[in-house]
Design a protein around this ligand. Structure first.
Ligand code: AGP
Length: 366
């Protein structure tokens, strides 16, 4: 098939703009409001099997790994099953211990990433059970897995992943809801998450309507040689993906740190020449995040806050405010302004937006 940008300047902005419908497709037919759960027939796990796992290990590379980190958090929060993400590329080389009571989940947009495929094969060789969260139907990873969830995000052409990242996070929310409801997630909480999931596409549209405002900020921030991204807990994988997106498409150096780790070293970098993007979900850590932002401001670092509620101006020069969903689902929304920020930084710097130097869409070799 051949694809075009359908009137958009680049595939990247086309795919960012397609996220409301991509998320609708990821959710389609899977949210059961009546029983406050998610239907994911492709998992090939009955309720007894789904209850039997003691741990979840999520594997992927690059943005797929970061979306896996969001997934691990969702599974821990909603199902209270210990869950961890690890780069598939590291996992496959370290002779991993494969446990019978661990559920392995491989994440891949293309389904062809060699490191992720090799990790899946290593798990299977050792008798482990592995599911796939994959966009491309019939791809090598999808075929190798014991079951899984297709994203149905549609083809992603731009090298930098955007809609697949968001749809993966949504797929993990469905998995977490499903596992939660076979464990101890209450029907009331299940219904709250169902309603939150259904609200996502409309809220993503609201965020996309802020493109012009974000483009202006991006053109300013792109003038710096580097940027710091910080977040705590729910905001941390979002910060990592935000930094990854910026460096991939704009070549502006970006570093992501947990906000809580700043004072253990990287605070030494902070000054007027290194601005910070602070990812601030409206959760119980808001005050802690404001304190970190205050510490950055005290060192004359410029702060761009991405969150839901405007803080006292002393904490941030700039703010991108987005609608609030449920606290567990807010990270899915917080990633979207960071995609627009990276895209418009790349445009302002006249980069090769859809085909950044040195990168391939899927790394199918070792
Ligand atoms: C995403 O922006 C990157 N280009 C890259 O990190 C990508 O997510 C990674 O290579 C994994 O690809 P996959 O999802 O196709 O397996």
């Amino acid at each position: 098939a051949s694809y075009d940008t359908a009137g958009h300047a680049h595939f990247l902005i086309k795919e960012i703009s397609e996220q409301p419908s991509a998320v609708e497709r990821t959710l389609s037919g899977r949210v059961d409001e009546r029983f406050a759960t998610a239907h994911l027939g492709g998992l090939n796990l009955d309720a007894r099997e789904a209850r039997a796992f003691r741990r979840v290990k999520i594997l992927g590379c690059g943005s797929a790994y970061y979306s896996g980190e969001l997934g691990a958090q969702l599974i821990e929060e909603l199902a209270r099953i210990p869950a961890h993400a690890e780069p598939a590329s590291e996992f496959r080389y370290r002779n991993p211990v494969i446990e019978a009571d661990t559920l392995y989940i491989a994440v891949s947009q293309s389904g062809e990433t060699y490191d992720t495929l090799a990790a899946v094969q290593e798990i299977k060789r050792k008798g482990g059970r592995v599911l796939g969260v994959v966009n491309t139907v019939g791809s090598a990873i999808a075929r190798e897995c014991d079951g899984g969830v297709y994203l149905h995000a549609g083809p992603e052409i731009s090298v930098a992943s955007t809609k697949a990242f968001t749809s993966t996070a949504v797929a993990f929310a469905l998995i977490a809801l499903h596992f939660g409801r076979v464990h101890d997630l209450s029907p009331a909480d299940g219904r709250r998450i169902c309603a939150g999931l259904k609200a996502l596409p409309g809220q993503i549209r609201e965020i996309l309507a802020k493109e012009e405002e974000i483009a202006k900020l991006a053109a300013q921030y792109a003038q710096n040689a580097g940027m710091m991204f910080v977040g705590r807990v729910r905001g941390w994988p979002v910060a990592r993906e935000g930094a990854q997106k910026l460096k991939e498409v704009s070549y502006v150096h970006a570093e992501a740190y947990p906000a809580s780790e700043l004072k253990h070293g990287p605070l030494a970098l902070i000054g007027p020449e290194l601005p910070t993007v602070a990812v601030v979900p409206d959760d119980e850590l808001v005050e802690k995040n404001l304190t970190t932002m205050g510490e950055i401001r005290a060192r004359h670092g410029r702060v761009l806050m991405v969150g839901h509620t405007a803080p006292d101006p002393k904490y941030a020069e700039d703010c991108i405010l987005i609608p609030k969903n449920e606290p567990e689902l807010d990270p899915i929304l917080l990633g979207i302004p960071l995609q627009l920020l990276a895209y418009h930084a790349a445009v302002a710097l006249e980069r090769d937006v859809d085909k950044p130097r040195n990168l391939a869409k899927s790394v199918t070799v070792e």
